[in-house]
Design a protein around this ligand. Structure first.
Ligand code: FES
Length: 129
């Protein structure tokens, strides 16, 4: 079953880390963070990452649950997430910035690393409900 390693975007701001840091997840693993902010989820292929996080008792941001806002956005740092039809992100955001919507996103590779709660990124602000 694919493993999704997650990190809360709020932690980047608190720690002064950058989304582009190559060792972001190594630093996160060593920082003694709460399970809510950093950890791993087992997510079946075809299962949505947001739902899996909720099933584990985590409270990740969302609004529409249908690929039409940016509340559930995450940045993929490693691996690949496949999305159902979405109408809110630009090609550049998906292909260059690696933004994915967790409400309609499922792991495509066995290991995925994501920074969730990415709705706080400046360029997504105009699409957060
Ligand atoms: S919650 Fe709106 S796109 Fe995921």
């Amino acid at each position: 079953m694919p493993t999704v390693e997650y990190l809360n975007f709020d932690v980047l701001e608190d720690q002064g880390w950058d989304m582009d840091d190559d060792d972001l997840f190594e630093k996160a693993a060593d920082a003694g963070l709460d399970a809510e902010d950093y950890g791993t989820l087992e997510v079946n292929r075809g299962e949505y990452i947001l739902e899996s996080a909720e099933a584990q008792g985590y409270d990740w941001p969302f609004s529409c649950r249908a690929g039409a806002c940016a509340n559930c956005a995450a940045i993929v740092k490693q691996g690949e997430i496949e999305m159902d039809m979405q109408q809110i992100l630009s090609d550049d955001e998906v292909e260059e910035k690696n933004v994915r919507l967790t409400c309609i996103g499922t792991p495509e590779t066995d290991e995925v690393q994501i920074v969730y709660n990415a709705k706080h990124l400046d360029y997504l602000q105009n699409r957060v409900i």
